[in-house]
Design a protein around this ligand. Sequence first.
Ligand code: UD1
Ligand code: UDP
Length: 353
Amino acid sequence: MKKIVTVVGARPQFIKAAPVSKIVRKYYQEVLVHTGQHYDDNMSDVFFRQLAIPMPDVNLEVGSSSHADLTANIMIKLEKILIDVEPSLLLIYGDTNSTLAASITAAKMHIPVAHIEAGLRNFDLAIPEEINRVIADKLSTYLFAPTKTAVDNLKDEGLQKNVFLTGDVMYDSLVYALKIAEGKTAILNDLNLQEKKYCLVTIHRAENTDNVSYLEQIIKALGCFPERVIFPIHPRTQKVITVNGIVIPNNVSIIPSIGYLDFIVLESNARMILTDSGGVQREAYCLQIPCITVFPSTSWVETVEDGWNKLADASVDSIMNAYSHPFNLNNYRAYFGDGHAAEKTINILRDFV
Ligand code: UD1
Ligand code: UDP
């Protein structure tokens, strides 16, 4: 059996790998490498347990550090694994520093790279994820694009060879997990929530947390919402709140980040979602929950075009403006595929590897 090394490291990558790993293992020997970029139980292990992802074969345990330090550390440690395993292919997901590091390491060793979630762009190289995407795409041999927009973005950069429109593997996970979530979570009861009577919030992007005044503005805006706000908090955001003593309004319940099954139940029952997460934006669309994205741009333009997603700046005025005007909702369209993107991806890959 040919060997594939898959590299994951951050929360959304575990969720993306869940449906793909199951199919990879039918045809290949998969060596699953966890870089250790995310390491808290509620940012990592909980997803392996809930989504029955095979335990990583190797954990590089790089932990948290600066962009350069993290990227370099992963490269140094991953190179040794790749020398040892001699895989026929390296599989990577999304746009994190783990994605970037893995793509450079493998490309320099002439190991073909397959990038799942290729072609997403915000057209702004000040965004760290944009740098990671552009480089990972350029270095990849096989580019699996979740949307038609992503295919077009790659074409505009001259990347046309081995580009495949597959749909979104994160949507595969959502479809699967919604089926198993029922009966396995009591989150609405635990938080004393009623369906469609609360707003669900996540904020973690560097742009909204490194600048304390932006996070203060976002939290102040949440305090103006005339409804309960549930805010499962990313450790990065929690740190900024604690260090700066940001005051949390009475209607806002901050809880630690939660497992996927609890989270998607909170999403599906929310009246509205406010986020800066790429994954949460499109889950909101797929679940048909109106969403405000606190970011100047999005790579998931379809969600905005269809009226389910509004962009806002990190200011009370901009957020309240988005909040107080009705959403102009269009019909839901299957932009993200049919829940079988993972199968489609691996079937295509089998023609080559
Ligand atoms: C990373 C990705 C981002 C993705 C996000 C998913 C990059 C450049 N960014 O951002 O694209 O949307 O993951 O959640 O790769 N921390 C902990 N425990 C953990 C993990 C992180 O305490 O288990 C804290 C540390 O203080 C760390 C900070 O969070 O310094 C940021 O973590 P890091 O992985 O560097 O970036 P994210 O903001 O998580
Ligand atoms: N998520 C979760 N628990 C939480 C917050 C988010 O399971 O407390 C899931 C969410 O359903 C989505 C993914 O994490 O599938 C999004 O990850 P994140 O926002 O960290 O990263 P991004 O998508 O912005 O890269």
